[in-house]
Write a protein that binds this ligand. Structure first.
Ligand SMILES: NC(=O)C1=CN([C@@H]2O[C@H](COP(=O)(O)OP(=O)(O)OC[C@H]3O[C@@H](n4cnc5c(N)ncnc54)[C@H](OP(=O)(O)O)[C@@H]3O)[C@@H](O)[C@H]2O)C=CC1
Ligand SMILES: O=C(O)CCC(=O)C(=O)O
Ligand SMILES: [Mg+2]
Length: 415
């Protein structure tokens, strides 16, 4: 492995994946990280401080993370020059060191660069975006019983309209595709053909099956009750509808699930139910009866919407964590669910909880459970003592307002 500009760390070990799928993690692993744009400058140092303190405390100094800064977004352009938003070095580092973490990266709406977040997921084939949503006691929430929400979202991360196959109206490519659809395929329902932009939505058997397989494996390992396929298959029959059908196929053919009654719901031998729900109904049911849902498997766009909606139910995207994982190669890049919140950049104000809980997921993935537990304990204590950042403080009575860095320190104190 060689880098164009990065200096390979001189100390620290490389995390490896064994044939049986388990990871070999030394006591001093090298972990690449991207600071992130916008509030990345605030939350990433807070996250590193909390993680380092937890690891030090949990293992009496016998284990230590060797952080390795790699670049993407605005900082990459500064380091590598014009238009290098995602250097090869960064992808190489995540491939080589297997486990990494990133802050949020800016994506301008409309023209300009496509999403770097999406690009990292696609280029490293991190097909599962895993976003657990659970309630921490005391967190202010807009719903009456936030404690009833305990779900883990498995969002397909490489396909769907996020593949970026879009053609703007007025371009030759757009005209060519439209002519083909109308003349060759007989499409009659493009309402305003002269002015329509077009997007393509690829949903594949492989992409669906590896995602649903990972969700079911997770449900088995974590002893969860059900896996729900969320789709809009009544309208998008061959994309979202096929996702549903292929998802059930995985359950029946690979996990010996038995069809319940008339189907298509089915049950694994260990009792886990695999079911499905249409996306709009799901979005109202997460408010009215969230306890009926557990592990969720869905496509890219639905997963994006569902992540933020569910995060809001348990207290907002300030504390919703996530991971992008390829369960075959073992490569995993952990990241907050929220974006760069540019209006708060550099103010030491926002909640670092989302990135910190993403680091908790990372520590569990590495098998460093004791350090992960300490951080969760510290976070729960900070929230129950009502010593919180602005997003929680404005919704709580008699809370003490802390800065981003102070909230990190509060978590460390509570470990
Ligand atoms: N994975 C990634 O890197 C992601 C990147 N993005 C990108 O981020 C940029 C900004 O996107 P935008 O749509 O504004 O969404 P953001 O998630 O960045 O921010 C929206 C709002 O969410 C709240 N919020 C976000 N983060 C925090 C936090 N850490 N603590 C407390 N509150 C928080 C703030 O609410 P309030 O105003 O109420 O205080 C903020 O104004 C875009 O370029 C977008 O593409 C978006 C999502 C994911
Ligand atoms: O990449 C982006 O700008 C948005 C991504 C996003 O919203 C998400 O992953 O949840
Ligand atoms: Mg999102």
């Amino acid at each position: 492995m060689s880098f164009e500009k990065l200096e390979k760390p001189s100390v620290g070990s490389v995390i490896k994946k064994k044939e049986d799928g388990s990871l070999v993690v030394g006591d001093d692993p090298i972990i690449p990280f991207i600071e992130g744009d916008g509030i990345g400058i605030d939350i990433t140092p807070a996250m590193k401080h909390v993680v380092d303190s937890a690891v030090e405390k949990a293992y009496d100094g016998k284990k230590k993370i060797n952080w390795f800064e790699v670049y993407a977004g605005e900082k990459a352009v500064e380091e590598y020059g014009d238009d290098t938003w995602l250097p090869e070095d960064t992808l190489t580092a995540f491939q080589e060191y297997l486990v990494g973490i990133k802050g949020p990266l800016t994506t301008p709406v409309g023209g300009g660069i496509r999403s770097l977040n999406v690009a990292i997921r696609q280029k490293l084939d991190l097909f599962a975006c895993v976003r657990p949503v659970k309630y921490y006691t005391g967190t202010p929430s807009p719903v009456k019983h936030p404690e009833k929400t305990d779900m883990v979202i498995f969002r397909e991360n490489t396909e769907d309209i996020y593949a970026g196959i879009e053609y703007q109206t007025g371009t030759p490519e757009n005209k060519k595709l439209k002519d083909f659809l109308i003349d060759e395929l007989g499409a009659t329902s493009i309402r305003f053909p002269e002015t329509s932009s077009l997007g393509i939505k690829p949903i594949s058997i492989e992409g669906t099956k590896r995602l649903v397989r990972s969700a079911i494996n997770y449900a088995i390992e974590e002893e969860r009750d059900s896996v729900t396929l969320v789709h809009k298959g009544n309208i998008m029959k061959f994309t979202e509808g096929s996702f549903k059908n292929w998802g059930y196929e995985v359950a029946r053919e690979e996990f010996d699930a038995e069809v319940i009654g008339e189907g298509p719901w089915c049950k694994l031998p260990n009792g886990i139910v695999v079911k499905d729900v249409i996306a709009d109904a799901f979005l109202q049911q997460i408010l009215t009866r969230p306890d009926e849902y557990d592990v969720i498997a869905t496509m890219n766009l639905n997963g994006d919407y569902v992540s933020d909606a569910l995060a809001a139910c348990v207290g907002g995207i300030g504390i919703a964590p996530g991971a992008n994982i390829n369960y075959n190669s073992g490569i995993a890049v952990f990241e907050a669910t929220h974006g760069t919140a540019p209006k708060y950049t550099g103010q030491d104000k926002v909640n670092p909880g989302s990135l910190i809980l993403s680091a908790v997921m990372m520590l569990r993935y590495m098998g460093w459970k004791e350090a992960a537990d300490l951080i969760e304990k510290g976070l729960e204590k900070a929230i129950s003592n009502k010593r919180v950042t602005y997003d929680f403080e404005r919704l709580m009575e008699d809370a003490t307002l802390l800065k981003c860095s102070e909230f990190g320190e509060e978590i460390v104190k509570g470990m």
